[in-house]
Design a protein around this ligand. Structure first.
Ligand code: ATP
Length: 428
């Protein structure tokens, strides 16, 4: 089997660990492994072979093929550490000449790259995604997906692992479902042969959830959310010392889109006087009183600092967004507090993944390759999740459907339904 792995949508810590795990496990299981640069956009653009720049693929380490034949125990000791494809830019730096994570010199015109064991060495410690991510308008169109199918078939790839958010996984499921018709179109256009059609009757797909928001249903945690939470906690710790020194109040806006997980968990982990999350909107008429009473009470018992956390998607009961500047004004005008606003922004996304964002993608990468190996036209496409500390496989469509239903319930002010969908135990 030839497996390609891509990262799509917004970046998150742990995506590199996914790529590393899929590549290494793929090799251990006897597969040929590829990466796709720039998400679906790379699939649509494919490889430009015309300039003769297409290199010989690196060989799979001998020990890896031994493992395939049943000698896995000698594997790590016997691996040869030769040059990896992504390292061949002469700089010895796998980030490449432009520092973007790709070598512009060796990879120009090529979006699908065969990779070996060494190409992904140490990737679990790298933030962001070294293979690039993008939002691809072209992939949303049937024409774009036809090109993507053509580019995969051209390289003989028959399985892809997609790491991204719910949009990316929706795209993956659609691509797999319409694959036979895309392939037929390519035959009709005489761009592939009937033999190629016969070999590529089915596309195997698996999804892994990379998102800092932790907003996907049917999994307890998404890859990147724990690291983003760490970043927020570090920021609050830093703010705490200066806030206490000057007896100030700070209003912090944190990411999470329509999900309050980051805001809520940051409040638990680093301390907060008041937290606004989308899932529990405060009454539009009374939230100012409620917040001021709480903060005042905390001040009265001796607190020298105030931290209010606002999730970026926070709304009040009338669905008006909770604005950090408004919260700041209320604290200043009603309580007389010297109040500052801090928007953490993209510092939450970046940096080295925390330990759990290395462990989770590694375990899920293993499960993803297993799911691909067992994928048939009769099985659903799976999303790899984690539930109660166990790595799980759930039908991708169901997870995406439920995630969309949560967003819709929040839009319809049905917060109880939203929470019940996210966590079935909540309903009981
Ligand atoms: P994030 O949570 O970080 O936004 P995401 O995966 O939800 O990540 P999107 O921008 O929604 O991000 O999707 C990423 C890409 O997936 C899109 O640019 C598009 O190429 C593809 N995609 C999303 N939805 C669809 C769809 N319904 N059909 C085909 N492709 C899609």
């Amino acid at each position: 089997m030839k497996i390609a792995v891509l990262t799509s949508g917004g970046d998150s810590a742990g995506m590199n660990a996914v790529v590393r795990a899929v590549v290494k496990v793929g090799i251990l299981k006897g597969c040929e492994t590829w990466i796709v640069r720039e998400g679906y956009e790379g699939l649509v653009r494919g490889n430009d072979h015309a300039d003769g720049s297409y290199p010989e693929p690196p060989t799979v380490p001998e020990a890896a093929s031994e493992a395939h034949h049943g000698h896995p125990t000698n594997l790590l000791a016997n691996l040869r550490f030769g040059d990896g494809l992504l390292l061949r830019d002469g700089t010895g730096d796998h980030r490449g000449a432009d520092g973007s994570g790709n070598s512009t010199r060796t990879l120009a015109g090529r979006y699908l790259v065969r990779v070996g064991w060494d190409d992904v060495r140490g990737w679990f410690a790298e933030g962001g995604t070294l293979i690039g991510t993008a939002r691809s308008a072209a992939f949303r169109t049937p024409e774009g997906r036809t090109e993507a199918a053509f580019n995969l078939i051209k390289e003989g790839i028959d399985a892809i692992a997609v790491c991204g958010g719910d949009g990316s996984l929706t795209g993956a499921d659609l691509f797999r479902a319409e694959w036979p018709s895309l392939v037929q179109r390519l035959v009709d256009q005489k761009r592939i042969t009937p033999e190629q059609q016969a070999r590529h009757k089915h596309l195997r797909i698996v999804g892994l959830v990379g998102s800092i928001d932790n907003d996907m249903c049917m999994t307890d945690l998404t890859i990147g959310a724990p690291t983003a939470l760490h970043r927020i906690c570090e920021a609050i710790d830093n703010i705490n010392s200066t806030a206490a020194s000057h007896s100030r109040a700070f209003v912090l806006e944190v990411m999470g889109r329509h999900c309050g997980w980051l805001a809520l968990m940051a409040g638990l982990a680093a301390g907060a006087d008041f937290i606004f999350i989308p899932e529990r909107p405060p009454d539009a008429k009374t939230w100012e009183d409620e917040m001021c009473e709480t903060v005042h009470r905390h001040r009265e018992i001796g607190k020298r600092k105030t931290i209010v956390i606002v999730a970026e998607g926070a709304i009040d009961g009338d669905l008006n967004p909770i604005r950090v500047d408004k919260v700041k004004d209320v604290l200043r005008d009603r309580l007389g507090l010297d109040t500052r606003v801090t928007t953490l922004g993209h510092t939450q996304r970046g940096g080295s993944p925390c330990a759990f964002d290395r462990i989770l993608p590694t375990l899920q990468g293993l499960e993803a390759v297993n799911a691909l190996l067992e994928d048939t036209p009769d099985t659903p496409s799976y999303m790899i999740g984690v539930r109660e500390n166990k790595i799980t496989r759930v039908p991708l469509v169901e997870a995406v459907k439920m995630t969309k239903a949560v967003a819709e319930a929040i839009n319809n002010k049905d917060f109880k339904k939203a929470m019940s969908l996210r966590d079935p135990e909540f309903a009981q």
